[in-house]
Design a protein around this ligand. Structure first.
Ligand code: NAD
Ligand code: GDD
Length: 327
């Protein structure tokens, strides 16, 4: 039986990944500073621990592990990473997790390790035209991410690759493009646009309006978490290190995305575009490399993922704020 460690296993993607590894017959240890709040975590062993502490990293990384998945990071959507107010914490916290987990893996002789990078590492200058962003893997340099979160991800990609070069580790790196789905953060300030829009629509009164940050013409692609986990497993089982994009190529403007969610809800709502943290003007995954290297790329239509997510967020609202829903 293979043994895996999922760092950040109390989080959204980590929770889904643990369940996937369990369904494949793995023995799984999870570690996080918090429990998974949606019970979406069937790990054999779950340790509450802070990976910024090298002693904790040394404790959870044991020599009997076959694989490590490093997803622990201080992260969030535009309202968390693009305001500037969390920059020092994001860089400090995430880099310590990466350094400590890598060093422990090297010391314990655990060679195979996955790192979750982000599309936020791509240069801003290629993402100014909302209808024609460029995010092919080789376009990463000259580097010019628009956020410190993106700079940290880019540095950490290089850190993992340096350990591969100098310490014989087998590194796998995916650059996630806005992953969403059930069990994802949907309120509290760290939520990304898909969950935020679902929440706003679900909470709006029929005939009312919802607020969308910016002019709504900015573009993104959103990938349902099941496809993300599928991609992680395929990359880990391949002999390709990456970095490789793991995202959807179904680009959509934020206002059109909001219209899709409104349509799914069956409500009549208008969109009110307001100032807010924006990030890049346009972004889309480029899946040529993943298709070429893995013979696979995500294919689930956006609307199918949004339908599932809208239903799940509506249920969470019913559970958490019944008074608001009834009002
Ligand atoms: P998440 O916030 O749900 O999961 C990250 C987990 O890391 C959290 O549970 C958090 O508590 C944990 N963590 C943070 N600091 C820690 C520490 N010091 N010690 C132990 N655990 C710690 O986010 P997610 O969406 O599941 O993202 C997982 C990974 O994928 C992150 O590295 C993130 O940067 C990356 N990523 C995610 C997206 C996305 O759209 N969700 C996009 C690009 C990259
Ligand atoms: N979060 C959020 N909430 N975004 C909104 C909202 C809202 O209510 N309304 C409009 N938006 C707009 C944002 O202004 C931004 O232009 C766009 O929707 C997408 O926002 P997010 O989903 O929050 O973030 P992102 O796509 O810019 O970046 C995310 O994805 C990266 C990977 O692709 C972040 O989660 C990054 O941390 C991640 O690495």
């Amino acid at each position: 039986m293979k043994k895996a460690l999922v760092c950040g296993g109390g989080g959204f993607i980590g929770g889904h990944l643990i369940n996937r590894l369990k369904s494949e017959g793995y023995w799984v240890r999870g570690v996080d500073i918090k429990e998974n709040e949606y019970d979406n975590n069937n790990a054999d062993e779950f340790i509450i621990g802070d990976l910024r502490d090298p002693v904790i990293a040394d404790e959870v990384v044991t020599a009997d592990l076959d694989e490590i998945y490093q997803l622990a990071a201080d992260m969030g959507g535009a309202g968390f990473v693009f305001t500037g107010t969390n920059d020092a914490a994001i860089m400090h916290n995430s880099i310590l997790c990466n350094l400590n987990v890598l060093e422990a893996a090297k010391n314990k002789g655990v060679r195979k390790i996955f790192y979750s990078s982000s599309a936020c590492m791509y240069p801003e200058y290629n993402q100014m035209d909302p209808n024609n962003p460029k995010c092919s893997e080789e376009s990463a340099y000259p580097a010019a991410p628009d956020s410190e979160y993106g700079w940290e991800k880019l540095f950490s990609e290089r850190l993992f690759l340096a350990y591969q070069k100098n310490h014989g580790m087998e590194v796998r790196i995916a650059r996630f493009h806005n992953i969403f789905g059930p069990q994802g953060t949907w309120d509290g300030g760290r939520e990304k646009a898909p969950a935020a829009v679902c929440r706003k629509v679900a909470m709006a009164e029929d005939g009312g309006s919802i607020e969308i940050w910016g002019d709504g013409q900015q573009t993104r692609s959103f990938l349902i978490v099941d496809e993300c986990v599928e991609g992680i497993r395929r990359l880990m089982n391949s002999d390709f290190s990456g970095p490789v994009n793991l995202g959807s190529e179904e680009m959509i403007s934020l206002n059109d995305f909001a219209k899709m969610v409104i349509d799914i809800s069956g409500k009549h709502l208008t969109i009110n575009n307001i100032p807010g943290p924006l990030g890049v003007r346009g972004r889309n995954s480029d899946n040529h490399l993943i298709q070429q290297k893995l013979g696979w790329a995500p294919s689930t239509p956006l609307r199918r993922g949004v339908e599932k997510t809208y239903d799940w967020i509506s249920e969470q609202i019913q559970k958490k704020v019944p008074a608001l829903v009834e009002a």
